[in-house]
Design a protein around this ligand. Structure first.
Ligand code: PEP
Ligand code: MN
Length: 354
């Protein structure tokens, strides 16, 4: 039996303020592992906003493995996050661990996170289903993809479909990294769940040197964004220091993503240009056939001059060098003309042969 009921044909887009998950963009959620103080959070918020992050993260309630580690600032952390979000204009996200905290967290934050350790905290999932807040559901570090999607269904069935999934690494036998980022889970969960999926290389790797390559890998397999930990001074962090990026390292991650995304955009533009060129040629062949049928000459230098004038003017208005665009069009027109002649010739030969 297939346990997944909410399989959807078209993937959903989840909107948090002005940020969209699942629309082809790659929003970056960044901020410290934990909110430690007002000055630490404000410094982190300014760093991530300045380098182009889409959302601010920070833990207020920390589900630490050890009860002796820093447990977070709780409600004070929520208040500081809200203030830092207001100051930078970034939507905010933090983890909630208990159903009883959902309401207060929703009042302070733009998105609520379910941490890896709480993926199957069913009362929490049900409570999140009742809020109007978007939810980031992290994969349990020992959960299968089906279990993860079924956890999402607890939220969906309680009435909230604004869910983004987050692959944050699973526990494997490997010890070089904290967890293993399960790259294949991204396309698999996207296809099965119909929900946006982001990656969190920070908690996956546990090492800051792997963040950029894993972020690019996540994007290559179709992730809808990422989450990354950034601290103004990682060496002094109260949690997850070795995996947090400082301001300079975060800026270089954003540069790497940006160049990559510009290249993807160029590829999409070239794809459109090639198809438009093919359509242009096909249309010009239709004109050629119409001319041949009427016994008109194929070459009309006056019309070609008009076209060159039109595109030259258009190019200048668009901020391009008209001479360069005219030169490109001259070769296009030459190619159109020879294609028209080839077609006419084939038609004549076809006629003789037939
Ligand atoms: C976090 O994002 O703050 C966190 C604790 O991550 P995870 O639940 O993935 O361990
Ligand atoms: Mn952390």
């Amino acid at each position: 039996m297939d346990p997944i009921r909410h399989r959807t044909e078209t993937a959903s887009v989840v909107t948090v303020g002005t940020v969209n998950f699942g629309d082809g963009s790659y929003p970056v959620i960044a901020g410290p592992c934990a909110v430690e103080s007002e000055s630490q959070l404000m410094a982190a918020a300014r760093i991530v906003a300045g380098a182009g992050a889409s959302m601010l993260r920070g833990g207020a309630y920390k589900p630490r493995t050890s009860p002796y580690s820093f447990q977070g600032l709780g409600r004070e952390g929520l208040r500081l996050l809200h203030a830092a979000g207001q100051a930078t204009g970034l939507p905010t996200i933090a983890e909630v661990m208990e159903p009883g905290e959902v309401e207060i967290a929703a009042a302070h934050l733009d998105m609520l996170q379910v941490g890896s350790r709480n993926m199957q905290n069913v009362p929490l999932l049900r409570e999140l289903g009742k809020t109007g807040s978007p939810v980031l559901l992290k994969r349990g570090f020992a959960a299968t993809i089906d279990e993860w999607l079924l956890a999402a269904e607890h939220i969906l069935n309680a009435g909230n479909s604004q869910i983004v999934l987050c692959e944050r690494g699973i526990r494997t036998f490997e010890t070089q990294t904290r967890n293993t980022l399960d790259i294949s889970a991204v396309p698999v969960a996207k296809a099965l769940g119909g929900l946006p999926v982001i990656v969190d290389p920070s908690h996956a790797a546990g090492r800051r040197d792997l963040i950029t390559p894993l972020a690019l890998a996540g994007r290559a397999v179709g992730a809808d964004g990422m989450m990354v930990e950034v601290h103004p001074d990682p060496d002094s962090a109260l949690s997850d220091g070795p995996q947090q990026l400082d301001g300079r390292q975060f800026a270089s991650l954003m540069d790497a993503l940006d160049i990559h995304s510009r290249r993807e955009e160029i590829d999409r533009i070239d794809h459109r240009i090639i198809h438009l060129l093919a359509r242009r040629l096909e249309t010009s062949l239709e004109i050629g056939r119409a001319k041949t049928a009427r016994g008109l000459p194929l070459h009309s230098p006056a019309r070609e001059e008009t076209i060159l004038d039109i595109v030259g003017g258009e190019a200048a208005r668009a901020g391009l060098d008209p001479r360069v665009v005219r030169a490109m069009y001259e070769s296009l027109l030459t190619e159109s003309r020879s294609a028209q002649h080839r077609t006419a010739l084939t038609a004549v030969q076809g006629g003789i042969g037939g």
